[in-house]
Design a protein around this ligand. Structure first.
Ligand code: MSP
Length: 487
């Protein structure tokens, strides 16, 4: 069985998840479910990033100890993923003793390699992004990523010789043209690496909420090194069975602002430890809300659980992946979600199932077709799109099929047909519905399961996407998507 290992970033637990976090996690879930449909042995990892200054500050503000604080939020994340139907296989937490133990082991390995040295760090630090910046990188004296205040740090730290890996990284990118994805983000990374790499400070002396740095216990390990290692500690590196089976990862999914950490720092750390880098880094775009970056102070933070409760988890999942190509930036608006729910889901998809099931339920003869639908599902095209992580294109192809099936209903007018002709039309339509329930499954698992149940079957595998003899008893259930008032 082919192995497939996919990860999301581990999210900072300074607050509950918003639609940005939900987006990455849902997209990774869609990819994971797709690979399970293909018959792959999938390991889907998500989790929480719980150490560092940012979390410590949030815990203090909440009047809690850091551990108590992160324990509470890890549960909030797990609950959210349950409500959004996220089929992760393991939830990693950086405050987990096993993770901490393995981080120490890894960093000790780095130390023994001779690529760590003590030096003076002088520069700017953004606590919100847990990132170091040079004076030149700042924008109007503020963090170039999030626009928040940065603070000047001057301290003696341990550094990782990132600069040593410049050529090795460039060679690696060249030999592995699919590593940096999507392609349009690759040049930015390559150009920055070509321009030269500065060594990376990987310890903090003032930050106590973190993993102890084994060679010098007066320091903790920089939160980003701690965090990146989750991708291997969750597999029980170095000796775990899972590590042997699933490393290197097939794809790390995240948004563009942390592409650098994944595409440059992470492979360099792995090179230093004598390990293989992941196969692919996929950095998608950003959601804004009503044209603005989501922030508490602007008051435009959208809660994914509210959206799922209001419009259904499947409608929310569908909207996120249909509204913008995976990779690009886009704007979230509830109005646009309602429009897609009312038209594409209720009128097009829901109505197709409803019409077909209503007819089939009334038909008491044997449903046995011989004439196959002229329009065929483009399963090859969908497979290609899904394998290339073009989720938007795959959905577009699936919905072309929905449109063709609806057209078939309008053209054949099965309600006016009788006997064999009606049997043929119904056979075709029921098979179209069954096949749709398979390809829609990664995106809208609940809907797929309901459709399969109404067809008297279970959601099939990808191999079962071909028309076959139909022998089920249809029992129509409740409407799959109800229109909502556009307001
Ligand atoms: N803890 C680090 C990641 C460590 S991974 C080894 C971190 N956490 S985070 O909570 O800030 O999550 C950032 C990620 O959340 C983004 O890379 C992206 O996956 C998701 N998103 C957060 N806001 C987003 C948008 N507005 N739009 C799209 N995705 C967003 O960085």
């Amino acid at each position: 069985m082919p192995k497939f290992y996919i990860t999301t970033p581990i999210y900072y637990v300074n607050d509950k998840p918003h639609i940005g976090h939900a987006y990455t996690t849902i997209a990774a879930d869609v990819i994971a479910r797709w690979h399970r449909l293909r018959g792959d042995d999938v390991f889907f990892l998500t989790g929480t990033d719980e150490h560092g200054e940012k979390i410590m500050k949030a815990a203090t503000a909440a009047g809690k100890s850091p551990q108590e604080f992160v324990d509470g939020l890890a549960v909030v994340y797990k609950d959210a993923w349950k409500k959004l139907n996220i089929s992760y296989d393991y939830f990693v937490r950086t405050s987990d003793p096993n993770h901490e133990r393995l981080v120490k082991l890894f960093v000790d390995k780095l130390y023994k390699s001779g690529d760590l040295y003590k030096g003076i760090y002088e520069g700017w630090y953004c606590v919100s992004d847990e990132t170091f910046f040079t004076q030149l990188q700042l924008r109007d004296g503020k963090c170039p990523e999030c626009g928040k205040e940065v603070k000047l740090i001057k301290e003696e730290d341990y550094f990782f010789k990132l600069s040593k890996y410049q050529q090795r990284l460039l060679d690696f990118y060249k030999e592995n043209p699919d590593f940096l994805s999507p392609k349009f983000r690759a040049d930015e990374i390559k150009n920055r690496v070509k321009a030269g790499l500065k060594d990376l400070s990987i310890t903090r002396s003032a930050v106590k909420w973190g993993v102890e740095f084994p060679p010098d216990k007066s320091y903790t390990i920089y939160v980003w090194v701690d965090a990146l290692l989750n991708y291997v500690t969750a597999l029980d590196w170095p000796d775990g069975k899972r590590f042997g089976e699933f490393w290197p990862a097939d794809v790390h999914v995240m948004a563009k602002e942390i592409n650098w950490f994944h595409s440059v720092i992470w492979p360099a750390l792995l090179f230093c430890a004598g390990m293989e880098p992941p196969k692919k880094i996929f950095a998608h775009g950003w959601w804004t809300v009503d044209g603005k970056k989501m922030s508490k102070s602007v008051g435009n933070v959208v809660d994914p659980i509210d959206m799922s409760r209001k419009y259904s988890t499947d409608a929310f999942r569908y909207f996120l992946l249909r509204e913008m190509p995976f990779g690009d930036d886009g704007d979230f608006s509830e109005k646009a979600l309602v429009t897609r729910l009312n038209t594409e889901l209720a009128s097009d998809l829901g109505n197709l199932f409803n019409r077909v099931f209503t007819l089939a339920e009334k038909f008491d003869g044997k449903i046995e077709g011989r004439v196959e639908l002229e329009m065929q599902l483009d399963i090859e095209g969908i497979t290609k799109s899904m394998d290339n992580i073009e989720l938007f294109n795959a959905l577009a192809k699936i919905f072309e099929y929905v449109a063709a099936a609806n057209k078939y209903v309008n053209d054949t007018r099965p309600w006016a047909l009788k006997d064999e002709q009606l049997g043929n039309a119904l056979y075709n339509l029921l098979e179209a519905c069954r096949v749709l329930s398979i390809v829609l499954y990664p995106f809208m698992p609940e809907t797929s399961e309901k459709v399969a149940k109404q067809l008297g079957t279970k959601v099939g595998t990808l191999e079962e996407c071909k028309f076959r003899k139909f022998s089920a008893k249809v029992s129509k259930g409740e409407l799959l998507f109800k229109k909502v008032d556009a307001g």
